[in-house]
Design a protein around this ligand. Structure first.
Ligand SMILES: [Zn+2]
Length: 316
């Protein structure tokens, strides 16, 4: 009897291994488009709706500048039908793993020629405000020569949407009607949103502000906003006396109305910087935190950003 049990157990183990293997290959067969950051995921999802699934690597609250991949991410990347990402300057955690992924299954957005011609120069060249680097160091934007926050350019986003459309139609020719309808809907919605935002932001176009993350250049230039410059700070480190002084001088000198922090900065650090000035503190979220997947999610992200700008700049 014992011998029988042992045999049975061995058999059972083999069956479960086989079963596990089947599950794994099934999920591998169920390919999806894997996208690095949420805003790009919103775009891909809107175009691929009803055709294939979209999966976003970075969870809410994670920054593409500092993220590192989990084992489950690696599995997702390796079973993806397509990996959509921005560039090695933005997602520094991706190039290594992508070496083992066929090139035909990768789409680096900044490599698209039409997008390349629209890339803005990086921070120091664009703003001329390169004097606040005292404590600063570990931020990405120092080594990138272009502004990689391309999802905040509606113009570039439209090219991304068209590119995803072309890819999907090449892969699923029988789904062309669905994909084209998705693209059409996306374009109409985005164009309306742009007009809507342009109107909303007119009253604050001459209100100067500083940011703590130079991510908004595309959006600011499209809507004529008055970014006075950016302070590069390590959110985890209290700024030194000299940095605090230099930032306060800049705020006064340029008559800034607001400074915008992002959720990773503790309010106490920012309060220290604006102490003794009339500058208000606002918050900006470039990644659409908390926005649920929906066909108009990308427009929602732009509208959320607009609301956050207005909340501080247009404050009476
Ligand atoms: Zn950034």
């Amino acid at each position: 009897m014992q011998k029988f049990m042992a045999l049975f157990c061995r058999f059972f183990t083999k069956v479960s291994v086989l079963f596990l293997f089947m599950i794994t290959s099934l999920s591998a067969a169920h390919a999806t488009i894997v996208v690095s950051v949420k805003p790009i995921g919103f775009i891909v999802e809107a175009i691929a709706d009803g055709v294939t699934d979209t999966s976003v690597l970075l969870p809410d609250g994670a920054s593409p500048h500092t993220y590192s991949l989990k084992p489950s991410d690696l599995a997702k990347i390796h079973s993806a039908e397509l990996v959509v990402w921005i560039s090695e300057d933005m997602e520094t955690f991706l190039p290594n793993v992508l070496k083992s992924v066929a090139e035909s299954k990768q789409l680096a957005l900044t490599a698209i020629p039409q997008i390349q011609t629209l890339l803005r120069k990086g921070h120091s060249q664009a703003n001329g405000d390169s004097d606040h680097h005292d404590d600063a160091s570990d931020h990405d934007h120092d080594h990138g020569t272009h502004d990689e926050h391309i999802w905040l350019s509606p113009q570039i986003v439209k090219i991304i949407a068209h590119t995803i459309r072309d890819r999907l139609i090449a892969q699923y020719p029988d789904k062309q009607a669905v994909v084209d309808e998705n693209l059409n809907e996306f374009m109409i919605n985005l164009t309306e949103t742009e007009q809507n935002i342009a109107k909303k932001l007119i009253p604050v176009q001459n209100k100067g502000y500083f940011v703590f993350h130079d991510a908004y250049g595309y959006f600011e230039s499209q809507f004529g906003l008055k970014n006075l410059g950016s302070f590069t700070l390590n959110p985890a480190v209290q700024p030194g006396v000299q940095t605090v002084y230099a930032i306060q001088q800049s705020l006064k000198e340029h008559h800034a109305v607001c400074v915008f922090r992002e959720p990773q900065f503790s309010p106490s650090v920012i309060d220290k910087l604006v102490k003794g000035t009339t500058v208000r503190v606002g918050e900006l979220d470039p990644l659409g935190t908390g926005i649920a997947p929906a066909k108009d999610a990308y427009s929602q992200l732009l509208l959320k950003l607009t609301g956050q700008l207005l909340a501080c700049l247009d404050h009476q």
